[in-house]
Ligand binder design. Structure first.
Ligand code: ATP
Length: 357
């Protein structure tokens, strides 16, 4: 099912049943041994409107980065990711994909590692411009690079410096300038602030929010934790083991999370008021993330869910609800006190975790 934004015009991107499976070979496997399959993304659906910000959150290993990489042709995927012009981006040849790369740009997690240390800041920011607009003169390129440096809060007179001369936050600004210089319609930010000091994170998020508003960009903003995407997102998609657990307007998701997994993630978000922080109950996620090579049957979250029942093992829950708030759970709604107590007890005593097989 397609998760559509209500009342919206044609989407910029319409993702349907996107799957990424990696063949895994073990040491000692014979050439004829069939590889095991790792289901990194197991059938994801969502839409993105022009100018919209979609936050994607989930624990490490839930498939967020792989999903992002699939959208730009860097992961072997199946399904559909229909761009505004009707083209399915999945399965495009690298040459055809290149023509969409000025519309879809990425900002990566580790700012310094994603910048070529042997190139000056000017060369780094200019590189995509030279690829996509080879006809521009040297002076035009230089002018555009300087304007973009200014726009992202860098000093244009630092154009000839090298990445190592900049702080982490400044390097991320360089990465953002490089992504924006070709005038994309969508920027996918893969954990753009998780490698930065907390004090710098808000500055980079605010910069992205300003640019998003001023340039009418759509953003996909990937993060581990719900607090990071709270203020920047119009809607938030919660992923677990390669599947969408819940997707909703940000206010609806934060005020009334329906999926037990989202409730657990939200309960771990620190509250600014120290008294409230001390008195709040964290719903633990007992046990480890199951292997994506052998995901649980039915609902993939059921092995850690305090509400799991036999149906959860038997049937994959579809995304249902109102267009503003969809949840993939057979029994959505706030966890009861007893269920939270069960989650806490299971964390203390993992043998209690005998969820339906
Ligand atoms: N190239 C690859 N080959 C094999 N497995 C991979 C590959 N890339 C990712 N995976 C696996 O796919 C699953 C999803 O990984 P992914 O990095 O997308 O998750 P994530 O939610 O982005 O995690 P993190 O927040 O740690 O980046 C993991 O089990 C990971 O080990």
């Amino acid at each position: 099912m397609t998760v559509a934004d209500p009342g919206a015009a044609a989407p910029l991107l319409d993702v349907q049943d996107l799957r990424v499976t990696f063949p895994i070979r073990r040491e000692g496997d014979m050439p004829w041994t069939r590889p095991r399959l790792l289901h990194a993304v197991g059938g994801v659906d969502f839409t993105l409107q022009p100018g919209e910000t979609l936050g994607i959150v989930g624990e490490s290993g839930s498939g967020k980065s792989t999903l992002a990489r699939a959208l730009i042709g860097l992961a072997p995927s199946t399904g559909r990711a229909i761009w505004q012009d009707g083209t399915n981006l999945i399965g495009l040849s690298p040459r055809k994909m290149l023509s969409y790369r000025s519309d879809i740009q990425m900002v990566f997690q580790d700012p310094l590692a994603s910048l070529n240390p042997r190139m000056t800041v000017g060369q780094i920011i200019a590189e995509p411009l030279r690829t996509h607009h080879p006809g521009l003169s040297r002076d035009e390129v230089r002018d555009r690079v300087k304007q973009m440096m200014e726009r992202v809060g860098l000093l244009p007179n630092q154009i000839n410096r090298y990445p190592h001369e900049f702080s982490g936050g400044q390097c991320q600004r360089i990465g953002i300038a490089r992504a924006l210089i070709v005038g994309p319609k969508l920027v996918i930010c893969d954990e753009p602030v998780s490698a930065l000091d907390v004090s710098i994170q808000a500055q980079v998020i605010n910069l992205l929010a300003d640019l998003q508003r001023d340039l009418g960009l759509a953003l996909i903003f990937i993060a581990h934790d719900l607090s990071v995407v709270k203020h920047i997102s119009d809607r938030v998609l919660v992923m677990y083991l390669g599947r969408v657990m819940e997707i909703a307007r940000a206010a609806s998701l934060y005020d009334a999370p329906q999926h037990p997994y989202t409730q657990a993630l939200l309960s771990a978000v620190p509250v600014p008021d120290p008294a409230l922080e001390r008195s709040k109950t964290v719903i633990p996620l007992a046990g480890d993330l199951p292997s994506p090579m052998n995901p649980p049957s039915g609902c993939v979250f059921r092995t850690r869910c305090p509400r799991a029942q036999q149906t959860c093992a038997d049937v994959v829950p579809p995304l249902l609800g109102s267009p503003d708030h969809l949840t993939a759970c057979h029994f959505p709604g706030p966890l009861t006190r007893e269920e939270i107590a069960l989650a806490i007890a299971r964390e203390a005593q993992p043998d209690l975790m005998d969820a339906p097989a």
